[in-house]
Design a protein around this ligand. Structure first.
Ligand code: GAL
Length: 371
């Protein structure tokens, strides 16, 4: 009798993990949980994910967590109650882990979307961009923008550093990528840091001093204003390492209020190719952004979910497995190393804004303003 019940249990569990066939997609819900809407890109991601899921025949619903993990957890639990077969989650912080455990218990496929779900061993997939390379591109745009290869310790350039949210694992990769490019110029004296200088994000105390909780623009603007009145009062900044476009524009707002920088803005980096920042770059204010074609990320995420649900080998065109390029740690949750699929980011300055136009990344009425 015992043997029969054991076999029955295995069959029941196997059924719980049953993959969907192509024909069953229509009855299968994919729940999409995005972190917030105060950073515009997530709205675009959410819409693209729903569109791609429906193209493959799935039911799909997107919810935005308003940068509150408790809110997002309720949204995810609602998806589970509705019988979602897969969840695609851009989390806010590692407080999401308990609902990932719940999803795993129900045999639901979980994909971390552009933000690693940390401190969890209960999921298998992460899809994002090569976030270390995002930072390297930001660092390189400062080297190019300041012509640092011609600078010397006798006539140094001055930079101040900002980082993203300390609750977002990406922020550490962005920063470390940028500093891998900038540290040699700091070591030579050609580049001088004004304000806190964490050499890498391992210097948690100083990293925390330059980090921006929940990527909130007002926090970055206030910190820039404080730097201008204190640490940066007696110098003219040549560059600001800004980790994404929302913060870049807030930093520029603070700089423009200081007579010293009117018509003389430092090189300010960014990320996400938000339209407002593309216009700022076109108008000679923000210096660069990093384009991460989130339409491609959304397509890849849905393809990954579909292949996982159908139980077929994972093959995502345009993405590389982090482990295959020596970046397995990008998938290290602290409890498990998940399969991390990486898409390629592109550095954009005034010279190649057409990259987003050709990718049809903006609405038509926006694209015409950029040309
Ligand atoms: C990060 C993401 C960036 C940026 C930032 C602010 O996790 O990788 O592209 O959007 O969040 O939301």
């Amino acid at each position: 009798m015992k043997k029969f019940s054991a076999v029955l249990l295995i069959l029941v569990l196997a059924a719980a993990m049953t993959v969907v066939s192509c024909g069953q997609r229509a009855g299968s819900l994919i729940g999409i949980a995005m972190p917030e809407t105060h950073v515009m890109r997530w709205v675009k991601d959410g819409n693209s994910l729903v569109e791609e899921a429906k193209k493959l025949g799935y039911r799909a619903e997107v919810q935005y967590g308003d940068a509150n993990q408790g809110t997002q957890n309720q949204q995810i639990q609602s998806f589970l109650t509705q019988g979602a077969k897969a969840l695609i989650i851009g989390c806010i912080n590692d407080g999401v882990a308990p609902v990932i455990t719940e999803a795993a218990r129900e045999g639901v496929v979980v994909i971390a979307y552009d933000r690693l779900i940390q401190n969890s061993a209960d999921y298998d997939f992460y899809i994002t961009f090569n976030n270390f390379k995002v930072g390297q591109l930001q660092g390189q745009s400062i080297v190019d923008g300041l012509n640092l290869d011609s600078a010397t310790s006798a006539a140094p350039k001055f930079i101040t550093l900002f980082a993203g949210s300390p609750t977002d694992g990406n922020a550490f990769f962005f920063f470390d990528g940028a500093m891998s490019i900038l540290n040699p110029y700091i070591d030579s004296g050609a580049l001088r840091v004004v304000g806190p200088y964490p050499r890498t994000s391992d210097d948690r105390a100083n990293f925390q001093r330059i980090a921006t909780e929940n990527w909130q623009a007002p926090i970055a603007k206030t910190r820039m204003e404080n730097l201008l009145s204190n640490d940066a009062r007696a110098v003219t900044l040549d560059a600001v390492l800004a980790p994404n476009d929302t913060l870049a524009r807030a930093i520029i707002e603070a700089l423009r209020a200081d007579a010293k920088y009117r018509g003389n803005l430092p090189v300010v980096t960014g990320q996400d190719a938000e339209f407002a920042s593309a216009m700022s770059i076109r108008n000679g204010e923000q210096f660069s952004t990093v384009f991460k074609d989130t339409a491609k990320l959304a397509e890849a995420a849905i393809l990954l979910a579909d292949q996982a649900l159908r139980g077929v080998p994972i093959n995502i065109p345009g993405a590389v497995l982090a482990a295959d390029i020596g970046l397995a740690e990008i998938g290290d949750t602290g409890r498990k190393v998940v399969h991390a699929y990486l898409l390629d980011p592109i550095l954009v300055t005034r010279d190649n804004l057409n990259v987003m136009i050709e990718a049809e990344f903006y609405e038509r009425h926006e694209a015409v303003q950029l040309q």
